[in-house]
Design a protein around this ligand. Structure first.
Ligand code: GDP
Length: 440
């Protein structure tokens, strides 16, 4: 995500490194580069110009007052401005109604149905809510089936009315049903068209007027770049929505939409979709996103993701094992499973400072672990417990059993030994500072 922009900004800051003061002259090239990087990332021209003007003003104003290196100062200024551009504060959704009604709007294929499921899943699992999904796309039977499949996956009921072609009536009836059945959130998925059309706008407006939603979320595919911004504007003119959901940020997007939408429609981005799976969704945090754009990694999100998945009891057990150096291949397998649960591997890696760029060309997915898992599964319990017994002939057997080769087995054994050594040191508190320093 945003790899291109990150690279470009880094390049432009390099020119400033080592210079004593920010002056109109030495900042000019950097600003030009920043503007070019923004335009290349598909940021709207006017916004890019305004952005660099603001950065310049702040940079020149501050040089007299501070003594930090110009490069560092520029990174800070750009980061703050990026955060502002994306809305500054994290924006929550309104969930106080009983039930709270959330209406989805957007073009067909933008990811409304998928996001409706993701949101229901998130509210159910993380907030203990009892959502009801409503199939409001009455024109495409496939859309109703799709929502039913999503509902089954996350174990959330879906309200449908066979043969009823009036989405307003369906939405009203669904809310009534939610009240009688104790659902505290109603998420209404609506019909989209491939392009904006008057009838679609009319229909969604009448749903809005009939159900008075607590929250209207406009869902848009981030990969459509400037089109996303234009569509957002048109939907907002009609609906005056409350927030934006940017989907498909896992794809090869240049990120311009994330940077422009907020300034153009003056509505916050509230969520981002990062994959097709039901847990591939994040609350949008402007500060963290700015860090990510600048290649500073998103350590806070990474830690949060880890905390969600890691079982504290397990973690304590692991800590003990590490300290005693009895961490074995069974524990290693458990660790792999936990990492896999954290979500899309590429996404997880991109949050680690410095890693996003290093790994951007690697083909990273859950398959990356397949060989490792196969090798460990081909070990006997004794071998997993005590890898020291794995001699030459055992290595050959394990390679055959797992459908890999001796080199791969050797590599894993070596990596394992190193990991064990490193973890032991970490668990004893040695060199932690140094190791963390090395990660940056
Ligand atoms: P709708 O027509 O607006 O309801 O869109 P869908 O929810 O059917 O999504 C259209 C396609 O985009 C489907 O194939 C989804 O799996 C896919 N999709 C939705 N959100 C994301 C996302 O965040 N990342 C990726 N990679 N695909 C997504």
């Amino acid at each position: 995500m945003f790899d291109n922009l990150t690279d470009r900004l880094e390049q432009s800051f390099k020119m400033l490194k080592g210079q004593g003061m920010i002056t109109e002259i030495n900042v000019a090239e950097t600003l030009k580069d920043i503007r070019r990087a923004l335009l290349d990332a598909d940021v709207n021209f006017k916004i890019a110009k305004q952005f660099t003007d603001d950065v310049k003003e702040k940079a020149l104003g501050q040089q007299v007052l501070t003594a930090v290196k110009p490069g560092q100062l520029m990174v800070k200024i750009v980061k703050d401005e990026l955060t502002q551009l994306m809305g500054g504060e994290t924006a929550e959704i309104e969930l106080t109604g009983s039930p709270s009604v959330i209406l989805m709007a957007g073009l067909q294929g933008s990811g409304k149905t998928t996001f409706s499921g993701k949101l229901a899943n998130m509210l159910k699992r993380k907030k203990g809510r009892h959502p009801l999904l409503v199939a409001g796309d009455v024109y495409r039977p496939a859309a109703i089936d799709q929502l039913k499949v999503v509902g089954e996956q996350i174990d959330v009921p879906v309200y449908t009315e066979d043969g009823n072609k009036d989405p307003v009536k369906i939405a009203k009836a669904a809310i009534k049903e939610a009240k009688t059945k104790g659902h505290d959130v109603v998420i209404i998925d609506t019909a989209g068209r491939l392009a904006i059309d008057e009838q679609m706008m009319k229909e969604i407006s009448s749903i809005k007027n009939a159900v008075e939603p607590d929250e209207i979320l406009f869902v848009v595919d981030a990969m459509t770049g400037q089109d996303a911004v234009n569509t957002a504007k048109e939907f907002n003119d009609t609906l005056d929505f409350d927030g934006v959901v940017l989907t498909k940020l896992d794809g090869d997007t240049r990120g311009g939409a994330a940077l422009s939408i907020r300034s153009v429609v003056e509505k916050p981005i509230k969520f981002v979709g990062t994959g097709e799976k039901m847990d591939a969704v994040d609350v949008f945090h402007p500060t963290r996103m700015a860090d990510r754009i600048l290649g500073m990694g998103d350590v806070v999100s990474l830690v949060e993701k880890a905390q969600e998945q890691f079982d504290e009891g397990e973690a304590r057990k692991l800590q003990k094992k590490l300290a005693k150096n009895t961490f074995n291949f069974d524990d290693f397998l458990k660790q792999i499973n936990q990492i896999k649960k954290m979500g899309d591997l590429k996404d997880v890696v991109s949050m680690i400072p410095g890693m996003g760029k290093a790994m951007k060309n690697m083909d990273l997915d859950d398959d990356a672990f397949k060989h490792i898992e196969a090798i460990i599964h081909s070990m006997t319990p004794e071998e997993r417990e005590n890898p020291a017994v794995i001699n030459g002939s055992r290595r050959k057997r394990i390679a055959n059993g797992s459908g890999t080769n001796i080199q791969e087995v050797n590599r894993l054994l070596k990596q394992f030994a190193e990991t064990r050594k490193m973890m032991k040191a970490v668990s004893q508190g040695k060199n932690v500072q140094r190791m963390m320093g090395g990660m940056k």
